[in-house]
Design a protein around this ligand. Structure first.
Ligand code: ADP
Ligand code: SF4
Length: 691
């Protein structure tokens, strides 16, 4: 690359033990929900990162033994040599593009539920399982520790046989036994593995020494270490024991991969950690204490931030999980001076949620994530148009913007019509809510791309009816017309008994609040039967604006879905701090005037509360009026070749679903239907050969 590139420093090679990273871009280990169950798909995810320019591409936590069995969550697995070929797929895919492959070995201790193996749980001391299972882990005796070290060593040899260049000892995220031994609240041992910090670090030291001795001739040995638990004096702190651990182990690993724990702190959402580089204050000491290269993370998407972190001596390597998911081609784009083409992570943690649910990874910003092998999708390449056809996309929310952008990339002439005065649909509105401004990146990235293209025409304040669509004469119409929140209170918990709402009740929908309507003075009842994020954010907005807010939900937690995005506890804490009156396990029975009747989900007991207005967040109704008007015309006149509902108008869901829907529609445009159908069926079938 040319020295004129202001980011040339990021493209210097870095020696890591016996191997050399060709630049400073390092995809740290992250889960994919693919793992040992879907190894081809997993290899394709990793291969794409390597193609995108990352010098190091790691897999995910990789179970070393059946006593660390994370089933049903498909992580990496190296229980025995039969697991090697699956991981070989990954390392081959990474090597093909000149990158180094890393494998993160783990024993999860009491964090492993061992559902499949039914092995006993092990831990530094006697303690409960960290999963929701009614089990306990037993304290490892000296023999257990000896055996455990052998498992780890054998797994390291298997990782090397699978083609790994960097092999991890993992002591992070409160998920690994090496870290559990370090933490006083998990380690009450009185032998040489407990008590003083030196004793508590002994196991990590031994694992590092064992790994180096077994594979260190050709493989680098990395330590992934959580330097701060973010528990204040109740936990490990970077300024105290965190630093002392790095001092004790200093030059023993070939690489320090440092972060904060637990996972909810490491992968903080933008709603609660808006700043990129939010871990810098914690990790800035590490390079002062070790001579070995350091990689750190913190949702790093800005090349300027990356550059300053290297210049200031905070890190040697720019670590990324989520930014590399949202844009596997960040390094290439920086190298080629295409900075404004970076598709920035919005910090929504839908990728994290996929892993927590146990399903293949997906990403709000990058609809091709996880689809590289199954559908053959590439984040930067899309097949060229097959004809001179024109397309009309109606609605510019996430579905319409993605569809229009991909059709334009394919080379079709695209007209995008938006009825509102600004582009962006729900994203434009929701990104104005407290903490969600980074979500605006979903539209910013796409609008920026569309603005560069000469084959695109875009119009706001153009609410189209069926006649206008026919007048335009464009034969391919994609309807991304979205959805509207219901105002009748019907939702998943009121299907059998819809709430009795009389006309004297003052009802507001989320759409009205998002469009700027302000509830009257007096208490506002927020009734949430959606359970995702919107009710919690609206409660925050209204409470901050000085309203007395009552939050009622049939669930036992506020915004319960956000448990998967690792922020539920923060949302509930914030609403409590804001003085919101929280009523869980309550479904809405009736609304009349200023009285709302709530019904206990368990006892059926009724409570009346006084509220001047009610915001109902239950279900959405698809906006299909235009589709319904055009459908008969399509059949009658045959002037329309394509008439397709996409996004929330086809199926109300998350923003990630709308983007995916728009992307798929653009890819499948003019593709024979039977070809498109095949995408559903590319699967990794279990081998029935005798094991
Ligand atoms: P999605 O999540 O599926 O992308 P959104 O609700 O975010 O859907 O966006 C839908 C957009 O479609 C809104 O901005 C709305 O103004 C626009 N829209 C709906 N009907 C029409 C129409 N008939 N003509 C033009 N724009 C429309
Ligand atoms: Fe970032 Fe959200 Fe994509 Fe995860 S799903 S990588 S948090 S944009």
């Amino acid at each position: 690359m040319s020295d004129a590139n202001p980011y040339a420093l990021l493209f210097e090679p870095v020696q890591i033990g016996p191997v050399k990273a060709k630049n400073r871009f390092y995809q740290v280990p992250h889960c994919t929900g693919l793992g040992h169950m879907r190894p081809r798909a997993d290899a394709a995810v990793r291969g794409m990162k390597a193609e995108g320019g990352w010098a190091v591409v790691a897999n995910q936590e990789t179970e070393i033994h059946p006593s660390s069995d994370l089933s049903p969550f498909p992580e990496g697995r190296l229980w025995d040599e039969r697991d090697i070929p699956a991981l070989r797929l990954m390392t081959d895919a990474v090597h093909k593009h000149g990158a180094l492959a890393a494998i993160q070995l783990v024993h999860n201790g009491n964090h492993a539920p061992n559902h499949l193996s039914r092995a006993p749980l092990i831990a530094p001391s006697e303690m409960s399982s960290d999963s929701a299972m009614p089990k306990q882990a037993r304290a490892m005796d000296k023999e257990d520790i000896r055996v455990f070290r052998r498992w780890h060593r054998d797994a390291a040899l298997r990782a090397k046989a699978a083609g790994a260049d960097i092999i991890y000892v993992y002591a992070g995220h409160s998920m690994s036994i090496a870290q559990h031994f370090m933490l006083p609240h998990m380690n009450s041992r009185t032998d040489e593995y407990g008590g003083s910090l030196e004793n508590r670090v002994r196991l990590a030291r031994e694992l590092l020494e064992d790994t180096r001795e077994a594979v260190g001739d050709t493989c680098a040995v990395a330590l992934r270490f959580a330097i701060d638990e973010m528990q204040g004096p109740d936990g490990m702190q970077a300024a105290e024991e965190g630093r002392a651990v790095v001092e004790l182990l200093s030059d023993l690993p070939d690489l320090w991969d440092v972060n904060v724990s637990g996972w909810e702190n490491d992968s903080a959402t933008t709603r609660f950690q808006p700043q990129d580089g939010y871990q810098n204050d914690y990790l800035s000491f590490v390079k002062k204490v070790t001579g070995k290269p350091v990689v750190g993370v913190g949702r790093l998407t800005s090349p300027d931030m990356m550059l300053s972190m290297v210049k200031k001596g905070i890190v040697d390597l720019i670590g990324a999980a989520r930014p590399s998911i949202a844009d596997p081609f960040i390094p290439k784009k920086i190298e080629e001076g295409r900075i404004d083409e970076i598709r920035e992570c919005i910090g929504c943690n839908i990728c994290v949620a996929s892993d927590n649910i146990g399903i293949p990874i997906r990403c709000t910003q990058n609809p091709t994530m996880g689809e590289e092998w199954r559908r053959g999708w590439h984040p930067e390449i899309i097949q060229k148009r097959g004809s001179e056809e024109q397309a009309l996309v109606i609605g510019s929310g996430p579905a319409g913007l993605e569809c229009a952008m991909q059709l334009a990339r394919r080379g079709y002439g695209v007209t995008l019509a938006e009825g509102a005065s600004e582009f962006g649909g729900r994203v434009a509105k929701e990104s104005k809510l407290p903490g969600l401004s980074a979500w605006g990146r979903v539209m910013d990235y796409r609008l920026n791309d569309l603005a560069q293209r000469s084959n695109v025409e875009m119009f706001t304040e153009s609410a189209l009816g069926a006649e206008q669509v026919m007048e335009l004469g464009i034969r391919n119409v994609f309807l991304a017309t979205g959805s509207k929140w219901r105002r009748d209170g019907v939702g998943r918990n009121t299907m059998r008994n819809a709430p009795e709402i009389d006309s004297s009740a003052n009802i507001l929908t989320p759409d009205e609040i998002l469009s700027g309507k302000i509830p009257p003075n007096g208490p506002v009842l927020i009734y949430d039967d959606d359970h995702i994020y919107i009710a919690g954010v609206l409660a925050e907005k209204l409470a901050r604006a000085g309203h007395d807010v009552v939050f009622a939900t049939p669930e036992s937690l506020i915004s319960s879905f956000t448990t998967y995005t690792l922020e539920q506890h923060r949302i509930q804490a914030r609403l409590i701090e804001l003085g919101v009156d929280i009523r869980c396990n309550q479904s809405l029975g009736a609304l009349s005037g200023e009285t709302a009747t709530l019904t206990c989900m368990f006892s059926g007991r009724e409570t009346e509360i006084v509220c001047s207005s009610v915001v109902l967040i239950t279900e959405r109704t698809r906006e299909t009026a235009l589709y319904d008007a055009l459908k008969p015309l399509e059949l009658k006149t045959l002037e329309l070749k394509t008439l397709e509902l996409i996004g929330d108008a086809a199926q109300p869901g998350l923003i990630v679903d709308a983007v995916f829907s728009g992307h798929r529609a653009a890819r499948n445009f003019e593709r024979p239907k039977n070809e498109a159908e095949k995408d559903w069926f590319r699967r990794e079938i279990i081998d029935l050969e005798e094991a």
